[in-house]
Write a protein that binds this ligand. Sequence first.
Ligand code: NZQ
Ligand code: ZN
Length: 388
Amino acid sequence: MTPFVYQNMVKILFGQGQIAQIAKEIPKGSRVLLAYGGGSIKTNGVYAQVTQALSKADHFFVEFAGIEPNPKFETLMRAVELSRSEKIDFILAVGGGSVADGCKLIAAAIPFEGDAWTILTKRAPIARAVPLGVVLTLPATGSEMNAYAVISRSSTGEKLAFGSPHVMPAFAVLDPETTFTLPARQIGNGIVDAFVHVLEQYLTFPAQAALQDRMAESVLSTLIDIAPSAMAEPAAYDARANLMWSATMALNGLIAVGVPQDWSTHLIGHELTALYGIDHARTLAGVWPGLIDVQRTAKREKLLQFAERVWAIKEGAESQRIDRAIACTCAFFNSVGVPAGLRSYDLAADTPKIVAQRLSDRGSLPLGERNDIDRNAVERILSLAMTV
Ligand code: NZQ
Ligand code: ZN
């Protein structure tokens, strides 16, 4: 286990009825930006609960609607303009990961001098940000309890990430009932996104981090256990509650401490969203079979541990156990309606070359826990994934 510093100050308000508590969490006299997406919160009662809580506490608020999935820089800059003119000093993000991420950029950009896009392209330092809170309606990204955001820009076709402790939410409300209106496609996406978040922090090489390994395996096993019920029954409270907490735990930094990480499935996946508009989680399930095929030797020891502890595969030769663990994982993705592999997307034949070139141009290569995924490896990963 390598040395680490861990601090996570996000206050979690979990369970039914917790939206009413936001009034107490937002400082008195705040001028609040209430930001949301395309309107799902208006049809499922979340908007009503939020506005009632704000009004009851006499919080002044201004609304900003229309933060799209894979939030767009251009849209977010309109929210920054509005926030500056309304002298906003607290942001309330109500929605999924896209709204939470979008609000993180808004929060950092309001006091930022200069071009806010440099926060993403040049890692321009963020000295401060407007405080924000999140009411989460889609369990998937972990954004509600981490310091990261992923932002897209229409004019350049880019999808880039940034992180800063200043954009960690002050609080996050996780009420599983808000997920009852999610279409099955989004539940499947959420399960796969959380599952792959854990894999990126776990399927590397052994680091003698026994607790982190067991915690990672617990999140994976919980997701596998609850997936059938979470998919089949929208109002299965317990399944949705366990999904929601698992997705938060998958990416709040706890399982990442002191261990190697490999975010290559995500980084390659972001390029596919930027190029083709494929849902984030679908790019992950799409790329993963290629990644694991190319990296199976490098990840051999952890793959065997994953096979035994998560999929209960103990018999057979090493390579057979690894094959079966990979097959089980792909079958799991398919079982929640998210295709493993990229064959079903009809991507242009030169996609592997284009993605490798884009990552290389941006200085993102090499990837992988051993920095061994270069341009050629990215091309091989995608070429293989496109045959699955
Ligand atoms: O916009 P509305 O109308 O709210 O509809 C949304 C959207 O169309 C809908 N939805 C959300 N909650 C709902 C609901 N529909 C019915 N009932 C509800 N309760 O779901 C659609 C997708 O929402 P979105 O927020 O885009 O999904 P998700 O939470 O999966 O977020 C994806 C974004 O997060 C980024 C991704 O790259 C992508 O841009 N990620 C952020 C991370 C982070 N901050 O740490 C890590 C992740 O790896 C990921 O990259
Ligand atoms: Zn993700």
